[in-house]
Design a protein around this ligand. Structure first.
Ligand SMILES: NC(=O)c1ccc[n+]([C@@H]2O[C@H](COP(=O)([O-])OP(=O)(O)OC[C@H]3O[C@@H](n4cnc5c(N)ncnc54)[C@H](OP(=O)(O)O)[C@@H]3O)[C@@H](O)[C@H]2O)c1
Length: 233
């Protein structure tokens, strides 16, 4: 992503540029029915994921993904600095042993929560070195526009969202996504976690569309990389 793109988005809306990235099967699943998603994509695509992390100022995930996958959210497979880690967790369900709260990582982790969260729990998390910030609640959890606004005020120009389905759906529903990167693995698993839930779209004319799209092969996978049309935002 070029600096020009990020700056123009930032000065126009004060919100960071938002990239959503996920790995899906041919039938649009990001995890099996038992919640397993590691690894849907090929090793080459995992490297792409780490390059994308390096190229963004922050990575954001939902608490569901912490509980299912316990990711570190660090840049490992390519050289580069670690972005800020942001976890959306309205009731502070995050385990104190979560990897993003480990000694070397906690200081670069922000837990976005709400007034529903227990104060003693917030103190425990902060003692580990992470920052806990309360935002207004929304029907789905933490108010995403408020979180992105706060990140913008902190001069975070770009955020990559790595799932899961709940956060992806909320962001698309609120038309807060600028770029979508989908790694499509040549696999079919049937019932499982669908990448995108209900968006309330009943007519194809109302579908979210893309203004520019690049498609390429990566190992055994196909990578879709598109900018959402301005009219869909
Ligand atoms: N294939 C991939 O690329 C990929 C990537 C990531 C995850 N996954 C898979 O996805 C699954 C997890 O998906 P998920 O939907 O359960 O988890 P998620 O999107 O990571 O987290 C959803 C949870 O986040 C909290 N939340 C806070 N604010 C929210 C908001 N504004 N909108 C939506 N959620 C908000 C809610 O819990 P509270 O109400 O408690 O706050 C909600 O239940 C796992 O199986 C994981 O392996 C796959």
């Amino acid at each position: 992503m070029t600096r020009e793109v990020r700056e123009s988005k930032n000065s126009r809306t004060d919100l960071p540029f938002v990239t959503v990235k996920y790995a899906a099967t041919l039938d649009g699943r990001i995890a099996t029915a038992t919640g397993i998603s590691q690894w849907i994509s090929s090793p080459s695509s995992l490297r792409l994921g780490h390059r994308l992390r390096r190229d963004h100022d922050a990575i954001m995930i939902g608490i569901g993904t912490v509980l299912a996958d316990d990711p570190r959210l660090t840049v490992r497979l390519v050289a580069g600095r670690n972005p800020l880690r942001v976890v959306l967790d309205s009731r502070l369900r995050i385990p104190l042993k979560a990897r993003v709260l480990e000694e070397m990582l906690a200081a670069g982790t922000l837990i976005a929560t709400t007034e529903m969260a227990d104060t003693a729990r917030a103190c425990e998390i902060e003692r580990l070195g992470a920052e806990v910030v309360r935002f207004p609640s929304a029907p789905e959890g933490v108010d995403l526009r408020q979180v992105l606004g706060e990140l913008g005020r902190r001069r975070v120009a770009s955020v990559m969202v790595e799932g899961g389905a709940g956060i992806i759906t909320s962001l698309l529903s609120a038309r807060l996504v600028d770029r979508l990167v989908v790694i499509i693995a040549p696999k079919i698993i049937g019932r499982g976690t669908e990448a995108v839930g209900d968006l309330g779209i009943l007519n194809l004319d109302d579908a979210i569309t893309f203004s520019s799209v690049k498609v390429r092969r990566l190992g055994t996978d196909v990578v879709f990389d598109g900018r959402l049309s301005a009219t869909d935002k």
